[in-house]
Design a protein around this ligand. Structure first.
Ligand code: SIN
Length: 336
C-alpha cells in the first residue's frame, strides 16, 4: 500500500519509481562526460523540476539506484510486481519509471508485456547527468509526469517519453550514443509529441500489451534464460552449442533478414530435437523478418517479426513461461 494524501485534489496522483541511470547521474559541474550514473536519489531529482507540483501530486519510491547496465531480471520482476500492486489503488492514476538509457527500451518492453493495468506507465531517462549544463533529465521527467497524468494516455501500454517524443515501448530503440535526441522508433514512428506538458497523439500501437497480454509474472522469481548470438562474417558456429547448453532459447542477431552462415544453420538445426527455440532477428535495426521457407523448415527456427534482438529475447523468455511448443511460440511472435 502506498500512502497517498492528494495534496491538491484537482490533480492526478502519479507514482515515480526510480531505478537510477544518467538522469540520476552526477559529475564535474557543467560536463556531460565521465560522470557516475545512479547517484542522485529520486527526491532530489523531483526537487530539480521546479513546476512538477503544478501538473500532478507526485509520490516516489527508489527501487534501486544503478547504471542501467546493472539492471537484472530481479529488478524487472520487482518493478512489474510493484506497479501491479500499487495500480490496484483507486487513488493512484499513473506511473513514471526513471531509468538509465542504455537498457531503457528493454525494461519498457518487459513492463509493456507484464503490467496488468490500463493506467499509464511512462519510462524516461536522460542523456546528460544532472550536473551538466542543459541537463535533459528535468524536462523529460516533467513531460513524463504530465503524460502519465493525462487521460489520453490510459490504455496505451507502456510508453517512453524522450526529448519531446512519445514512443511505444515495443518499438522504441536507443539510436545514438550521446545526443539528447537518442530515441526513436525508426520506420515505425512515434506515437506523438510532447510540447511542454501537453501530449499530441498521432499514432497508436495495435499490438497486445498490459491487460491484453497473456503473460503473467505473479509468483515468478526468475525467467527462462534466453541468450543472444550476434552473427558476423565467419562467426564461430560453436557459439550456438555453447549458448544452447546454458539457455532455454536463443535469439540470433542475424545479418540482413535475420540470416547467418550455412555452418550456423547446421548448428541451429541440431537444436530442434533438443527443444531449443531459435528466434531470428536482425542486426540492421529496422524491417520485418517473416517465414523463410529454406531456413524456417526446422520447427525451432522462428522469424522475429519487427522485434530487435533484445526485445525478441524478452518475448521469447516470456513465451517460454507459457509453452515450449515451437508452433505456439511462432504464433506469439506473429501476434506480439
Ligand atoms: C545508464 O544506462 O544507466 C547509463 C547511461 C544513461 O543513462 O544514459
Amino acid at each position: 500500500m502506498l500512502l497517498v494524501n492528494s495534496k491538491n485534489s484537482e490533480l492526478k496522483n502519479i507514482v515515480i519509481l526510480a531505478t537510477g541511470g544518467t538522469i540520476a547521474g552526477t559529475g564535474e559541474s557543467g560536463k556531460t562526460t565521465n560522470y557516475e550514473a545512479g547517484n542522485l536519489d529520486i527526491k532530489s531529482l523531483i526537487d530539480s523540476v521546479s513546476n512538477i507540483n503544478e501538473i500532478a501530486n507526485v509520490y516516489s519510491e527508489q527501487i534501486v539506484n544503478v547504471d542501467s547496465n546493472d539492471i537484472t531480471i530481479n529488478h524487472w520482476l520487482t518493478l512489474a510486481n510493484r506497479i501491479n500492486e500499487i495500480s490496484k489503488q483507486n487513488d493512484v492514476d499513473g506511473f513514471v519509471i526513471t531509468h538509465g538509457t542504455d537498457t531503457l527500451e528493454e525494461t519498457a518492453y518487459f513492463l509493456d508485456l507484464t503490467v496488468k493495468t490500463n493506467k499509464p506507465v511512462i519510462v524516461t531517462g536522460a542523456m546528460r547527468p544532472s550536473t551538466a549544463t542543459s541537463a535533459d533529465g528535468p524536462l523529460n521527467l516533467y513531460q513524463s509526469v504530465a503524460l502519465a497524468a493525462n487521460d489520453l494516455s490510459k490504455g496505451q501500454g507502456c510508453m517512453v517519453v524522450f526529448a519531446d517524443g512519445i514512443y511505444s515501448a515495443r518499438n522504441v530503440q536507443k539510436v545514438n550514443t550521446f545526443k539528447t535526441n537518442a530515441f526513436n522508433s525508426i520506420d515505425l514512428g512515434c506515437l506523438g509529441y510532447m510540447r511542454d506538458n501537453i501530449p499530441y497523439f498521432l499514432n497508436k500501437s495495435i499490438k497486445p500489451h498490459t491487460v491484453d497480454s497473456e503473460f503473467d509474472i505473479l509468483g515468478l522469481n526468475k525467467l527462462p534464460q534466453v541468450s543472444i548470438a550476434y552473427f558476423n562474417i565467419d562467426a564461430d558456429p560453436s557459439i550456438i552449442d555453447y549458448l544452447a547448453k546454458k539457455s532455454d532459447g536463443i535469439v540470433i542477431a542475424g545479418a540482413g533478414c535475420g540470416t547467418f552462415s550455412s555452418d550456423w544453420l547446421k548448428e541451429i538445426r541440431k537444436l530442434e530435437p533438443r527443444g531449443i527455440p531459435v528466434v531470428r532477428s536482425s542486426r540492421t535495426g529496422s524491417g520485418i523478418i517473416l517465414n523463410d521457407t529454406a531456413i524456417d523448415k526446422s520447427a525451432n527456427c522462428i522469424p522475429g517479426n519487427t522485434l530487435s534482438p533484445s526485445k525478441a529475447r524478452i518475448l521469447l523468455s516470456l513465451a517460454l513461461t507459457k509453452t515450449v511448443d515451437y508452433s505456439k511460440i511462432r504464433k506469439i511472435f506473429e501476434v506480439y
